[in-house]
Structure formats: C-alpha cells, structure tokens
Design a protein. Structure first.
Length: 351
C-alpha cells in the first residue's frame, strides 16, 4: 500500500523532532520533544509511551504535551502493554487485533514497533470522536513519531547501560575476563535491537528495503564468488487499492500483513525476504530449483490461505522470477528490476 505523502509543515516538524532527538542524551528532554510533537501533529488529549528497557519505562502526556506522573493504573496502560507480545496482560476496553482501541467516551489509537517482539508502544486518546480520515492520518503520523522515539530512547538506554557497566568495571579492577565478556555481550545486544529497528518493516515484520539490500548483497557476492545459482522473486498484491477503497485502510493493512506472512512461508529461513514498500515484496534465494517450483509454491500458499482464512478480502499476488547468472555482470538491483518486469508479464498473462 503506497504511503500517503505528508504535507510540508508536518515534514518540517518531524525532521526537527528527529534532529533534536538525536542531539540530546537526556531522557527528560527527549520526552518533552515527543510530547510537544504529539500535540502539534495529532492534537492528542492524552498519550502514553511504553518503552521496553531493563524494565518497562512509562511516560504519560497531557493535552499540552507535558509529562504527568503515571503508572500501571493509567487508563491507556493496558492498551499499550497488550501490544507487547510476550507480556501476559489483559487488554482494556474493546481492544481490536489491528492495534486500534476504543474506550467509552474516548477515541484511542495504539501502535507498537516492530510488529513482532515490540520494544515500544504508543497509545493516544482524544476526548472527541474522530473521522475515519483523521484516524488514518493520525495513525501514520503516530507511527513515524513512535519509530523516532523508540530509536532515540533506545540509543540513550544503550549508552546509559554501557556507562553503568563501565563504571562498575572501574570500581572492580580485579574482575575476570568473563565479566568483561558479559559487558560486551550486553552492548552488542542493545546495538542489535537498534539495528533491527532500522532494518525491519513495522507492518509485516519482514526486512524493509534497506534491510533487504544489506542482507541480500552479502549472499549475492557469495553466489558470484562460488558460481552458485540464485534467484530474485518479485511479487505484489493484486487489488490492494480496491480493498482500501471498499473496506478501509485497516483492512488494507491486514491484507498487507497476510500477504507478507504467506510470502515468507514460501522461502527457507536462510533466504532474504522483504517488503520493499506499499504492496511490493521481494526475496533473494540461493536455490537450484526450477523457477516454476518457486512460483507454484507461492500460488499454492495463496490458494491455501484463501481456503482457510476468514477474511473480508481475497488474497491474490502476482509474482515474477529472475535467475541470477553467477558469471554475469549485473548487480542485485538490476536483477530486482528484471524480476519486477517478469512479474508484470505474469500479471498481464493472467485471465
């Protein structure tokens, strides 16, 4: 699904938020910037930000974006923590599977990043009803704010955690090599979480465009060096715009998530599978199977999904495949474009 462009004033606010967040190393300053932006861009009446650190960190904002004392008794806490997949906590009110929650007298939206194993969640409420268009616009804006907040606060937490470890080491000069190794492991784990946020598509949990080319380029070079067969598979969702127009963008997002899950099932764990954006997916596989086998696997999985899943829409995907010549000179990007062209050939040939 093509992301709507935001207007110039919103873009300036978000760019300013990103710049200021990554120039500060203080949590209080970061939260102040986030609260101000929530009010400026989505005019929230109350909001709650939940960050997974050594323990869950909670920040609540009032209608002016100012921080408020809070805890698990906050009205939005249950809706936010319910999006943390490994936390057993009952959702409040009429929480729905699409991450949107309505409480009596409030209109509430909740989001988490990444889509799987979330490290941050944001719940926002208004004291008046919003139109579907406002909800859709605010959801996208909230997603951008939450990704920036999670990255910036994760950076501060990682740095603070490392500083605490170094301070402890300085006070215990006689510590063993094993203690030093534990310090490095914790730092690497924090760095890995931040890196995952920058490489992952929030909606599907697959790699995003940056993640795909970063991971697939490595395999592509190995295949060239070892003269191994490999292939690029490009696919997109048929009829996504119609689902958005007829059923709404929540259903469209659900269709994208389902398509991503089905597409992922068609490949091995070692293959690189990504959502490039909108309704487009791509995979790179070191595979000596005949191309028709991979394409047939996609068709079979899509058919099985439509037979078993209870959805208000029908999943349909068009796919094209381009084998990579291990002795050729074309780049990985060239093969992605060629696979895209093959996908459109297949789409035109379908009845």
């Amino acid at each position: 699904m093509k992301a709507r462009q935001i207007d110039a004033p919103q873009l300036r606010v978000l760019l300013s938020l990103a710049r200021e967040l990554f120039q500060t190393d203080e949590v209080s300053n970061s939260l102040r910037l986030i609260g101000r932006t929530l009010v400026d861009l989505i005019r929230s009446d109350s909001a709650l930000l939940l960050i997974r650190a050594e323990r869950f960190e909670i920040a609540a904002f009032d209608a002016h974006g100012a921080l408020q004392p809070t805890g698990p008794d906050h009205p939005l806490y249950a809706a936010a923590i319910a999006l943390m997949s490994d936390v057993d906590f009952p959702a409040a009110g009429n929480t729905r599977a699409d991450g949107q929650c309505e409480d009596v007298g409030l209109r509430t939206l909740t989001l988490a990043v990444p889509a799987h194993d979330a490290v941050a969640a944001l719940a926002v409420a208004w004291d008046h009803d919003l139109t579907p268009a406002q909800l859709d616009r605010y959801r996208r804006t909230m997603s951008m704010i939450l990704e920036l907040a999670a990255a910036a606060l994760g950076k501060i937490e990682s740095r603070s955690s490392l500083e605490r470890l170094v301070s402890n080491q300085s006070a215990q000069m006689a510590t063993t090599t094993m203690t030093h190794a534990a310090e490095l492991a914790q730092r690497d784990e924090a760095t890995s979480e931040m890196r995952l946020l920058s490489l992952t598509d929030v909606l599907t949990g697959l790699y995003n465009r940056r993640g795909f080319f970063l991971q697939a380029e490595r395999l592509f070079k190995v295949a060239r060096r070892k003269r191994a067969q490999s292939a690029v598979i490009f696919a997109d969702i048929d009829g996504l715009k119609r689902v958005n127009d007829d059923l709404g963008h929540d259903a469209g997002d659900g269709l994208i998530r389902d398509a991503g899950a089905v597409f992922r099932q068609c490949f091995r764990q070692a293959d690189v599978v990504a959502r490039l954006g909108g309704d487009e997916f791509v995979a790179y596989t070191l595979d000596d199977e005949h191309p028709d086998v991979i394409l047939e696997r996609i068709r079979t999985r899509v058919h099985a999904f439509n037979q078993q899943a209870q959805r208000p829409y029908h999943l349909s995907m068009s796919a094209g495949l381009m084998q990579c010549d291990p002795c050729g000179t074309g780049s990985l990007s060239d093969h992605v474009l060629l696979a895209d062209e093959q996908m459109y050939v297949q789409k035109r040939c379908r009845p």
